[in-house]
Design a protein around this ligand. Structure first.
Ligand code: HAM
Length: 412
């Protein structure tokens, strides 16, 4: 038997229902905020991610699905969505005009991580990227957007924010930080790599030993330049004004190298160990890093599987819906076939073309999670009627087919 690869899963049944539900909520809210759908390729040149996500990140350092294609190009399955969309923004020359573009996307991302609950090798994100807007109001707007999505899904999460400074103030912090860690003892292997490439990323190392060594490390917020300080203050003011609770986390630096100024994460304890359900921030430097004209970008991505894991525990994928339509005898199959075609113009209908006893059909309708059961037998066929049962309320009656649509409209 050939099984799916480790850390990769099929989305079907309850998982598929939840996936679609989450995406529908995200899409509706993103559209309300003026974002348009964007579909970027899953495969890009590896150099795109090396340059953007950064060599110091675990993603580039250890987790990329990289290979040479038949043309000899070094390519990689996208580990995240931002870099590809920035590449597309530049490729379409929107950077030259500093165009304001607001896009949303969803789909598979690939990271060769150690699989566990809420952590897969192929997982899905819903993300948004906003280009051409310098104002910190945009950063706040995106944070409120995530909060609105989570509220609509009835998922509670805590918001952590930080400012990572800019090219003016970050170098000064880096010097201070390097001085602080100098002679501090042995950091983990990952931190040694981070120290050489982007030392600030050591701040959010998950290893207890490294965190111990980092106690009393200088805080980024104390080294911010006037502009970054002003924006970070304004961001907090806007979150407070919108009654969105948050915590300033000095150690939040995010796992990707491209951020400057605003960085944020929404964390939930409902997946088992505390885990981020969404993360994002501002990445103004990234556009010029990838070869475009200096500009502005800010975005976030939600981890769909993590949201699904929270909703799964509430049995939300089991709600009854749709119609199960069937017949007791072969003679009435033509009737249910025609009726099905008509009803499907408005309703979700599944047809069973096998004539069976009523109890058998009811059983099948029940296990298929249908809400409404409709069946034609001899008596119904003679009187242009149909047997109706609501599988939730257990209400049952014989209805005239002419009245059926009116009744079903109540449940659609
Ligand atoms: P990220 O924090 O790497 O950010 O990922 C965003 C979310 O994807 C995480 O908060 C988490 O919920 C989910 N996620 C990450 N890795 C896995 C995994 N292995 N299995 C399941 N879920 C996972 C980014 O990817 C940035 N591109 C976000 C962004 C957009 N920043 C600006 N624009």
């Amino acid at each position: 038997m050939i099984n799916a690869l480790r850390g990769m899963q099929d989305l079907q049944g309850e998982k598929a229902i939840l996936y679609q539900k989450i995406i529908a909520v995200c899409e509706k809210i993103a559209q309300n905020y003026g974002f348009a759908y964007f579909n970027a390729p899953h495969l890009e040149l590896s150099s795109l991610f090396k340059r953007s996500v950064g060599e110091s990140s675990d993603i580039v350092g250890k987790e990329m699905y990289e290979f040479n294609d038949k043309g000899g190009n070094e390519v990689c399955l996208r580990p995240e969505g931002t870099a590809g969309i920035v590449r597309a923004y530049i490729e379409a020359k929107f950077d030259k005009m500093q165009s304001v573009k607001r896009w949303f996307y969803h789909g598979s991302m690939f990271r060769y991580e150690r699989p566990q609950k809420g952590r897969l090798r192929e997982f899905h994100q819903f993300g948004v990227e906003s280009f051409g807007v310098k104002s910190v109001f945009e950063d706040a707007t995106l944070i409120f957007m995530v909060a609105q999505i989570l509220a609509e899904l009835e998922i509670s999460a805590t918001l952590k924010i930080n400012s990572l400074g800019c090219e003016k103030c970050l170098p000064e912090f880096r010097v201070k930080f390097l001085k602080f860690i100098d002679g501090k003892g042995e950091f983990c292997e990952d931190c040694v790599r981070r120290k050489a490439l982007n030392p600030v990323r050591m701040l959010d190392c998950k290893k207890e030993h490294c965190q111990e060594l980092l106690k009393n490390a200088p805080a980024l917020k104390e080294c911010l330049c006037e502009d970054c300080k002003k924006d970070f203050g304004k961001l907090q003011e806007l979150l407070n004004a919108g009654n969105l609770g948050f915590e300033v986390d000095d150690k939040l630096v995010r796992g990707l190298d491209y951020y400057s100024k605003t960085a944020f994460e929404f964390e939930s304890a409902d997946i088992g160990a505390k885990a981020a359900v969404a993360g994002g921030g501002r990445y103004d430097r990234l556009i010029s890093y990838i070869g475009g004209k200096e500009g502005h970008g800010v975005g976030f991505a939600l981890g769909i599987e993590r949201l699904m894991a929270i909703l799964e525990s509430r049995n939300l994928g089991h709600e009854r819906e749709g119609v199960y339509l069937c017949a007791l005898d072969e003679r009435y199959l033509g009737e249910i076939f025609t009726l099905g075609l008509n009803l499907r113009k408005k309703f979700k209908v599944s047809l069973n073309y096998e004539p069976k006893k009523l109890a058998k059909h009811l059983n099948l309708a029940d296990t298929s999670n249908a809400l409404i059961f409709l069946c034609i037998g001899e008596n119904e066929a003679k009187t242009d009627s149909i047997f109706y049962k609501n599988l939730q309320s257990k209400d049952e009656k014989v209805l005239k087919i002419a009245d059926l649509e009116q009744i079903l409209l109540k449940f659609s």
